[in-house]
Design a protein around this ligand. Structure first.
Ligand SMILES: Cc1cc2nc3c(=O)[nH]c(=O)nc-3n(C[C@H](O)[C@H](O)[C@H](O)COP(=O)(O)O)c2cc1C
Length: 192
């Protein structure tokens, strides 16, 4: 495959779940936010808004509230992954934000395309972070809680907006792990 910096970032970014106790510099945050704003969006509405959290006690509080809520929400099916997640969520030492130094919520005006637009912005943030040596991990387990009216208000998210993504950032402890090969693309059909 052709190699260039964009492909390198796409193929080497990893979900990072262990972080150095070191803040992400403001210059890196600004670069990531700017990268987010260059994402494509339906009818160019650019709906993304950001809530930046660096207070670890607040993150722990959110994590402690999210965990029992998720355990109640998740179905009791015999799925191995789900059972593992439920077990982690029941562990008092598990922090859904992995003690990362930085958490950013991406919200957008409620709309049919908001989730796609904000997800694109989120991916731009994670890829640009990687190019700066900053690790990241999308935290889907935080979104249901973030959309509870009282939490949403605390995050500064207006009532007519929805939180679509929560991403943690920080310097990876021990560097970036090597990316494993992913399954090859499955082309269902070529219509020529
Ligand atoms: C929508 C979404 C939600 C995710 N939620 C979580 C999460 O709550 N906790 C977590 O540790 N990782 C979460 N992840 C990260 C995935 O587990 C990770 O991307 C996947 O295992 C592939 O690993 P990689 O990113 O290193 O390629 C999420 C990823 C996505 C895209």
């Amino acid at each position: 495959m052709v190699s260039n910096p964009v492909l390198e970032a796409i193929k080497s970014r990893r979900a990072i779940r262990s972080y150095e106790d070191k803040p992400v510099p403001e210059s890196a945050i600004q670069t990531m936010l700017e990268a987010a704003t260059y994402a494509p969006s339906a009818i160019n509405v650019q709906p993304w808004k950001f809530t930046i959290v660096t207070n670890k006690a607040e993150m722990k509080k959110l994590s402690d509230t999210a965990k029992p809520m998720l355990v109640r929400m998740l179905p009791d099916v015999g799925d191995e992954g789900l059972a593992g997640l439920k077990k982690r969520l029941a562990d008092p030492n598990y922090n859904i934000f992995y003690n990362a130094p930085q958490l950013i919520f991406v919200s957008g005006l409620k709309s049919p395309y908001g989730i796609y637009d904000c997800s694109m912005a989120a991916q731009n943030m994670m890829l640009s972070a990687y190019t700066l040596g900053v690790g990241s991990c999308w935290i889907g387990t935080a979104v249901a809680l973030a959309n509870q009216p009282n939490v949403k208000a605390d995050l500064g998210v207006p009532e007519d907006h929805e939180v679509h993504a929560a991403i943690i950032f920080g310097y990876p402890k021990g560097g970036f792990p090597k990316a494993p090969e992913k399954r090859p693309a499955q082309v269902l059909k070529r219509i020529t």
